[in-house]
Design a protein. Sequence first.
Length: 253
Amino acid sequence: MTQPWASRSLAAMPLIKHLSLLGLLVMAAGCSSLPSVEQISALVTEPNAVTDAAPDDPWQQRYSQALDQGMAAAVATQTAQSASDWRQVQGQWAGAIASLTAIPSSSDRFAAAQQKRQEYEKNLAYAAQVADSKTLPTATVVSVGDGDTLRIQGQDGPVTIRVACIDAPETNQAFGPEASLRLRQLLSTGQPVEVRAIERDRYDRTVAEIYSGSQSVGLQLVREGYAVVYPQYLSGCAATASDYRQAEAEAHN
C-alpha cells in the first residue's frame, strides 16, 4: 500500500542519553573475568585438540560433540543482538557444558573436558549477563490512539507512547482509520508489551520501540504499509535501521 500522507515534524527535546544496562554492567565489572564477545571465539578449542585421544575411548564422541556445540555457540555469539538471541546462545553453552559434564573420570578425555568446562562456564555467564541486560521493561496496553500512539500502564503509572522511527497518518487523514485499526489489532487492551524507551518529545510523550512477542510493532506497521519510516529520527532505531528501510521498500512493491 503506498501512503499518500506527508510526514509531520516531531521536534524532540534534547535529553541526556541513557546508558544501557549492558554499559552499566561493563562499567561496574571493571576488571571482570568474564570474556568479551571477541574473546569467546578464542576460547573455542583448537581443531587438533581431539585427534590425540585413545582410539578405544568410548567418550571421545561425547567430547567431540561438546566441542562442536561450543563452536556453534561461539559463532552465534558474533551475531546475537536481542535478549532472545542471547538466551539461545546461553542454551548452546549450557548444552556443551552438559556434554562435558557427562564424561567420567575414567575417560582419557576427562582432564581436557574439565578444562573446557571451566572455559564454557565463563562463556555461559557472559551470555546470561548480556541476555539479562537486553531484557526490556514490560508494560500493559491501556489504549491505542492513532496509528503510532498508544497508552501503556508501566510500573510508575500510565505513559503515553509515540512509536519510534515511524510515521502513521492521523485519524482524519487518508488511511488514518485503517492504520489506527491495525495498531488496535496488534495491541489489544490489557496485552503485555516490552518497551525500549528512547527519548521524550515536545509533547512530553515517551518515544519508544514497542515489542510484542519479541516482534517490533512499528516495524510490522511499516512492513504492512500502515506507516512509513521517519528518516530524521531513524537513528533512534540504529540497530534495526536497515530492517526498517527494507520493510518500507517491500511495502511499496
